[in-house]
Design a protein around this ligand. Structure first.
Ligand SMILES: [Zn+2]
Length: 282
């Protein structure tokens, strides 16, 4: 073998070794990041995290949900539609909620939904119809909502729920454009995330009960806790509480909260933002 050929062979060996080292390292990392290998526990060793959230900035949430949560020391996330009447007329109450540890989440400015995405969408007016806009316009609206929320509570980290659970604007998905603005996003399907370490925090499934009684609500969290391996998250999206629309009765809501508060070793009830930050720190 000529000197030149030996040099070339040595060079190829070095390149191959470098490639093996380079390609091998991420695999080892990925394995050590596998959820099953990563120690994880919710605060206080709770079996399951529970995120209660309330969409649309409805009056009944200020009237019934907030006082009930505060009486039991539970924290929740309120996804404000910023063009809603309560934001205009009862802003100090929302500001006080943020000050006492609740989260004000982003639910857009105007609550745009698709008029054709499901039955019963006749209430969607043309200027707020996702079918008639673009993903870029929705991204801009959501960014404006974040600035608005910052003016209310001074915070810079936030979570999001999509109005009506719709994710297309003019046929284009808009969530990929807004993910960088949020630590986590709730989506409308699902309800229990079995392993938060294995789940994209920008696609956390949620259950949105309507007209549910206390047994149904408590049964949901009890089943979720019983099936949890210590890394599960139960996410509930509520609207009206004893009023407004898509509501559940005040009494059912109250009994759910009492059940959660009575079993802190089983349930860690926290804002969605706090849940996401806890998961991300690990
Ligand atoms: Zn909504």
């Amino acid at each position: 073998m000529s000197r030149r050929a030996r040099q070339r062979l040595a060079f190829v060996r070095v390149v191959l070794l470098a490639l093996v080292a380079f390609c091998g390292a991420p695999r080892a990392d990925a394995q050590s990041q596998r959820p099953s290998d990563t120690p994880f526990a919710w605060p206080g060793g709770a079996r399951i995290a529970v995120s209660l959230s309330y969409d649309d900035a409805l009056p009944s949430q200020l009237n019934h949900a907030l006082p009930a949560l505060d009486a039991l020391g539970l924290k929740a996330s309120f996804y404000l539609t910023l063009a809603s009447e309560t934001v205009a007329k009862r802003l100090p109450e929302w500001r006080a909620a943020a000050r006492t540890g609740h989260e004000l989440g982003n639910h857009t400015v105007f609550h745009p939904c698709s008029r054709t995405a499901g039955p019963g969408r006749d209430w969607v007016t043309p200027p707020r119809d996702l079918d008639r806009t673009t993903a870029a316009a929705v991204r801009d609206e959501i960014a404006t909502a974040n600035a608005f929320l910052h003016a209310i509570d001074g915070r810079t980290e936030r979570t999001f729920t999509a109005p009506c659970g719709d994710v297309l604007a003019g046929g284009e998905p808009f969530l990929p454009l807004v993910k960088p603005m949020f630590v986590a996003i709730k989506v409308s399907e699902g309800g229990v995330t079995a392993d938060v370490l294995a789940q994209d925090l920008h696609a956390i499934g949620s259950w949105a009960p309507v007209n549910a009684d206390a047994d149904a609500l408590i049964g949901f969290v009890e089943r979720a806790a019983a099936g949890s391996n210590g890394r599960a998250l139960a996410s509930i999206i509520l609207h009206g509480i004893g009023g407004d629309y898509l509501s559940i009765p005040v009494d059912a809501h109250q009994r759910l909260l009492r059940h959660l508060a009575a079993h802190p070793q089983r349930y860690w009830v926290a804002t969605f933002g706090d849940v996401a930050r806890w998961v991300r720190r690990r």
